[in-house]
Design a protein around this ligand. Structure first.
Ligand code: DAH
Length: 353
């Protein structure tokens, strides 16, 4: 009966190894070693040929029992090990929800956008509406219809950004009017007078481009706000009152304004407006070049020649226009020493506003 003993010994040995196996991988190796093609139990079954016929039934039964017992034990142990391994993986991969979250800094509106909105609100409050123009413009709207003749120096390729086609030639619309990046928002005046019913009370904020190298007082790209009024009986007094009101709203009621005669092609008469220096209170200091005044915008009564381009009768209507640079106003209002700081995106600077 040595075969029977053999079987019984195998059974207890295999069951002990199953109980001791420490991982599903180890258990699987064991399963192959016992039940696999070359496994020990498979070997026993193969050896059945040599068992004397009178013992075959008993041995066969024992071997089958052994296989059932081993398979059941393997199954149970596999369940145990697999769930322990799952537990271990879950706790190893667990998120520590008590860790403080990585902070995402919240963005804010840029000073220039905020100031633009603030200025727009001042004028909206007195009945102006906002219109938008395009940054790509024809030289007809940027210059000609604003009473700047073709030989005007600002039209030079050296002074204005022309839009070129693939061959490098200046792009033109209908073969006549060259295409430029607008150098001023004043072209919106012409579009508005062409397209709108009278009277007109509009504000047109937007970006403009100049062939300037960036330095503390120049930027190649900046923001302007254009204003235009066309109505019956508008006088220079209306212009002054409007702009004085605007200056006090933006800079504070203690600031004074003054109008200096100037020249712009599309207004006659024209003026530049200065606001009293906020640093020295108008006495004169380094910021205002010792004058006590800071220039903030250009303005004037719409030139009758411009009405000629858009078909408005200057005998019936009159109006005024003005244009200001938002970056410049920001510098004056918040004492920013260098225009370039407004383009650099340095959070230490921008966070202050
Ligand atoms: N377009 C002028 C500039 O860029 C500013 C300006 C001056 C606009 C007088 C006006 C105006 O509407 O009346 O320098």
């Amino acid at each position: 009966m040595s075969l029977v003993t053999d079987i019984e010994e195998q059974q207890s040995a295999v069951l002990a190894r199953i109980a001791l196996s420490g991982s599903t991988a180890e258990l699987e190796e064991l399963r192959i070693a016992v039940l696999g093609k070359k496994g020990s139990l498979t070997g026993l079954l193969r050896g059945m040929g040599q068992v004397p016929p009178e013992e075959r039934a008993l041995v066969g039964r024992l071997v089958n029992e052994l296989r059932d017992v081993v398979e059941a034990a393997l199954g149970l142990r596999h369940e145990e090990l697999a769930s322990a391994e799952l537990e271990a993986r879950i706790s190893a991969e667990a998120l520590d929800v008590t860790l403080p979250a990585r902070a995402r800094p919240l963005g804010t509106q840029h000073l220039i956008s905020r100031l633009t909105e603030e200025i727009v609100e001042v004028f909206r409050g007195i009945g102006y509406r906002v219109v938008s123009g395009t940054e790509i413009e024809t030289d007809y709207y940027n210059f000609t219809a604003l009473n700047s003749p073709p030989d005007h120096p600002s039209r030079g390729l050296q002074d204005t950004f022309y839009v070129v086609d693939r061959s490098g030639a200046v792009a033109a619309i209908t073969g006549e009017s060259d295409v430029v990046l607008r150098s001023q928002t004043s072209g919106v005046q012409v579009h508005t007078m062409e397209d709108s019913e009278l009277p007109i009370y509009i504000l047109a904020p937007g970006r403009v481009y100049r062939r300037d190298v960036a330095d503390p007082t120049h930027l190649p790209q900046f923001t302007q706000i254009e204003g235009l009024v066309v109505d019956r009986g508008i006088t220079f007094g209306d212009l002054k009152g409007t702009l004085e009101y605007f200056c006090q709203q933006v800079f504070g009621s203690e600031r004074k304004t003054r109008f200096r005669p100037h020249f712009f092609p599309f207004t006659e008469p024209s003026a530049e407006v200065d606001v009293s220096c906020g640093i020295c209170g108008g006495v004169g200091c380094r910021s205002c070049g010792g004058t006590g005044w800071l220039e903030i915008l250009g303005c004037g009564m719409v030139d009758p020649n411009v009405y000629g381009f858009v078909g408005i009768n200057p005998e019936l209507y009159s109006g005024f226009a003005f244009g200001l640079g938002v970056e410049r106003i920001a510098c004056l209002k918040y004492n920013v020493p260098d225009l370039r700081m407004l383009l650099e995106g340095d959070m230490r600077f921008l966070r202050q506003f």
